[in-house]
Each structure stands twice: as structure tokens, then as C-alpha cells.
Design a protein around this ligand. Structure first.
Ligand code: CDP
Length: 205
């Protein structure tokens, strides 16, 4: 059986948490596609050509803890605007989406470009302030010393760049279900995503 759940949305909207929990619930595999761009951005900061960096990504590059910093996130969003970088990462993502047993992918262009045929498409959002507060708490929890204002500015800059780029911009698929998590707990957001998925599964038979 293949069954693909595509979860897109702006930075730090809660896509990753929802994706992980939905995947665990159904026993599906989960791919955080942002990690591919973060790892490519990290390699660019280390001096590699971004396209070569994307083509040569290995499993070890994705495991680096240091990928979760705002510096790497900014580099990710710069390399993510390059069509050749995106092209280098398409096959891996599509193969992952088609794996037997079901898959959840979260990112920016999953429902629009990577898996336009996905059985479930969610577009997860939250207000800028809520997203910044959540990401700030997460980074402080990891021992990073950052101001809320810096985190907010990282998210807003990336959203602007991700939305404005010509190649696979951040935008909801026409048939995506919106999930605004501004006033939702994690449990509520996950429950809403599970409901949508269960409905689609029943419809798919
Ligand atoms: O965790 P957060 O939402 O802050 O970011 P992420 O999902 O790790 O993505 C980091 C950056 O990678 C984004 O700002 C995008 O520029 C890029 N990205 C993308 O272009 N397409 C994707 N499918 C996933 C991420």
C-alpha cells in the first residue's frame, strides 16, 4: 500500500511535530524535507558549491545536530531558491513518498510539486508571534542564546524568500486543508490532522 500525507506551511508553524505524530499514529515513515535544504545550506556554508552539495548529500549530513540553527535555516532558504538544488532533491523525496506502508513528508512544496497526487494535503499555519515564540522556546531549550526578535526576523525573512521565489514557492495546494494552529495545543493540532487523514483513508477504501 502507498498512501502519502503532504504537510506544508511557513517556518515553525508546527509541521514537523504534526508530521511526526501523524506518522507514528499510522505507522508511516516520516521525512522532514527541510533537513535536506538545511544540510545543503550547511555544506554551502562549509564552502561547497550548493548544487554539488545537494547532489552529494549523504545520510550523515542529515544527522548533524547543528542543522537547527537560524544561521543554517537562512542558508537553507537561500539554496532552496536555486532550481538546480531543488531538482537534485526531487527523486529522493518522490521515492520516499511512494514507499510501501505509507509516508508523511513535511516542507514547502510537497502538495504542490513533489506529491501533487498525495491522498492528504495539509497546510499548517500559525500567527507570526506564535511561531516565533514556539521556535524561540525550542532553541532556548537546546541551549542557544537568541532573542525573540531575532527568531521572529529569521522566520519572516525566510517566509518572504520562500514565498517570492520562482521555483516551487511556498503556497498552499488548491486542495489543501488549512490548519491554523495559533490557538491550538499540540494535541489539538495532531487530533485535527488525524481526523482529516482518517476521513481520506475511509474515502480511499
Ligand atoms: O523548521 P522550519 O519550518 O523553520 O524550516 P525547515 O522546514 O527546516 O526548512 C528550512 C528552509 O528550507 C525553508 O525556509 C525553505 O527555504 C527550505 N525548504 C524548501 O524550500 N522546501 C521544502 N520542501 C522544505 C524546506
Amino acid at each position: 500500500m502507498t498512501f502519502t500525507i503532504a504537510i506544508d506551511g511557513p517556518a515553525a508553524a508546527g509541521k514537523g511535530t504534526v508530521a511526526k505524530r501523524v506518522a507514528a499514529h499510522f505507522g508511516f515513515a516520516h521525512l522532514d524535507t527541510g533537513l535536506l535544504y538545511r544540510a545543503t545550506g550547511r555544506r554551502m556554508l562549509d564552502g561547497l558549491d550548493p548544487v554539488e552539495a545537494a547532489r552529494g548529500l549523504g545520510a550523515a549530513d542529515l544527522e548533524a545536530n547543528a542543522l537547527r540553527t537560524p544561521e543554517v535555516a537562512q542558508a537553507a532558504s537561500r539554496v532552496a531558491a536555486l532550481p538546480e538544488v531543488r531538482a537534485a532533491l526531487v527523486d529522493f523525496q518522490r521515492a520516499f513518498a511512494q514507499r510501501a506502508g505509507g509516508a508523511v513528508l513535511d516542507g514547502r512544496d510537497i502538495g504542490t510539486v513533489i506529491c501533487p497526487e498525495a491522498e492528504v494535503k495539509l497546510y499548517v499555519t500559525a500567527s507570526d508571534d506564535v511561531r516565533a515564540a514556539r521556535r524561540h522556546a525550542e532553541l532556548i531549550g537546546k541551549g542557544m542564546d537568541l532573542s525573540l526578535a531575532d527568531v521572529l526576523s529569521d522566520l519572516q525573512q525566510r517566509d518572504a524568500r520562500d514565498t517570492a521565489r520562482a521555483s516551487a514557492p511556498l503556497k498552499p495546494a488548491e486542495d489543501a486543508v488549512f490548519l491554523d494552529t495559533s490557538e491550538m495545543s499540540i494535541e489539538e493540532a495532531v487530533a485535527a490532522a488525524l481526523r482529516v487523514t482518517a476521513e481520506r483513508m475511509a474515502a480511499a477504501g
